[in-house]
Design a protein around this ligand. Structure first.
Ligand SMILES: [Zn+2]
Length: 379
């Protein structure tokens, strides 16, 4: 176990420059009522948001040669914060509703279904959970359509009809695109065929490459070069006056063998725990009735400087999830642990697939929390 210098967490800047503020500001720039334009985007009739899964600000800035177009945009753009946890389910919630996690309720990769003693995996979903009730906020697509703006979500066809899609992409016309070329072509057609349009393009593969090979690895950089090309194609075919926004849902950190704490072999961290949620960089720990204080004390004691460990109330008070609606509180762990440094809180027996990954994300370090907020406007 390598001692790590004490860091400070990067807290999400909800209401200022978080991912939710990007989509709300884009919505406002298109004329969707009631969205605040806190990022001050110019008004436009058409906009495209390219969400690159796993594209962190620090990783982009560290690899300018692999992504010349995006890196040039980064010179005149700003970093945003993803939100907590910095994971796809949560960030898609923020992007697709323009609200922070405490309001859309997509509070992590795996969260407890209150009163059911089981976890909901947000990516795989569960047919017993109604997506519309689980995520009650109107989506940016619904609100755009209500304002007379055509709204499209362009992504891999296999995601269509999933619980996550039904929770977050309600109101969008789903355009299936299973390749980089198809993503660019279908998005550009939607933008050019409609006088007012909101188009969100979602690309998944950079995250997958980072999980296996590491962020900044040769494979990751080569994949980033393809993403750079995708952004260039989108920018090149934008109608005049339309804007392209390029962002990510989180960054990533690489986890060495010595950085892994295996919760399946740490009895002190399982004592009093009913359900272990979240993922290795961001854990929701659900205690047995009456055991929350003991679990909190044990996690603090054992993890020390290797994680920021807060009670549910403290995490809410610190603003990790933004303002939390009453109905969402119970989805948050009694104890919330955000990994510091390169530590990962794996569980090799119960989560063998997730625990085997090399690149991971979820926590509040700059490598994970900072994401690009790039803007390109066609003249
Ligand atoms: Zn991921």
């Amino acid at each position: 176990m390598t001692p790590e210098p004490r860091q400070h967490p990067i807290l999400p800047t909800y209401g200022g420059s978080a991912l939710a503020d990007l989509s709300a500001s884009v919505g406002a720039s298109l004329g969707v009522p009631d969205y605040p334009n806190v990022l001050g985007f110019d008004s436009a009739r058409r906009a495209c948001i390219l969400l690159v899964d796993g594209l962190g600000w620090e990783q982009l800035r560290a690899n300018p040669a692999a992504a010349p177009f995006l890196s040039e945009l980064a010179l005149n753009s700003r970093a945003l914060t993803a939100g907590f946890p910095s994971t796809t389910v949560t960030s898609l919630g923020s992007l697709c509703t323009g609200t922070p996690p405490g309001q859309h309720g997509m509070l992590g990769y795996q969260v407890a279904v209150p009163g059911e003693n089981r976890l909901l995996n947000g990516l795989r979903w569960d047919s017993r959970v109604d997506p519309q009730r689980w995520q009650p906020q109107p989506t940016i697509y619904q609100r755009a359509v209500d304002a007379g703006i055509a709204a499209f979500h362009v992504a891999q066809g296999s995601f269509r009809g999933s619980g996550l899609t039904n929770a977050l992409m309600r109101g969008a016309e789903y355009l299936a695109a299973d390749s980089m070329g198809a993503l660019a072509a279908r998005a550009c057609m939607a933008l050019n065929d409609n006088p007012r349009a909101l188009v969100v393009v979602y690309h998944a593969d950079l995250d997958g490459v980072g999980h296996v090979f590491g962020a900044g690895s040769d494979a990751w950089r080569k994949q980033l070069a393809h993403v750079n090309k995708l952004a260039e194609h989108l920018a090149g075919d934008l109608p005049a006056g339309a804007s392209l926004y390029v962002t990510g849902d989180h960054g990533m950190v690489d986890i060495g063998a010595e950085d892994r704490i295996d919760l399946d072999f740490e009895p002190a961290l399982r004592e009093g725990v009913a359900l272990l949620g979240g993922e290795p960089r961001a854990r929701h720990v659900y205690a047995r009735p009456g055991a929350a204080a003991e679990v909190l004390a044990a996690w603090r004691e054992v993890l020390g400087d290797r994680a920021w460990v807060l009670s549910r109330d403290e995490a809410i008070k610190e603003g990790w999830f933004g303002p939390v609606d009453a109905g969402m509180t119970e989805r948050i762990g009694d104890v919330v642990a955000a990994a510091a440094g390169n530590t990962a809180l794996v569980a090799t027996r119960t989560e063998p697939r997730e625990s085997a990954l090399f690149g991971m994300h979820g926590s509040l370090t700059p490598s994970e929390q900072l994401i690009p907020g790039l803007v390109f406007t066609a003249i």
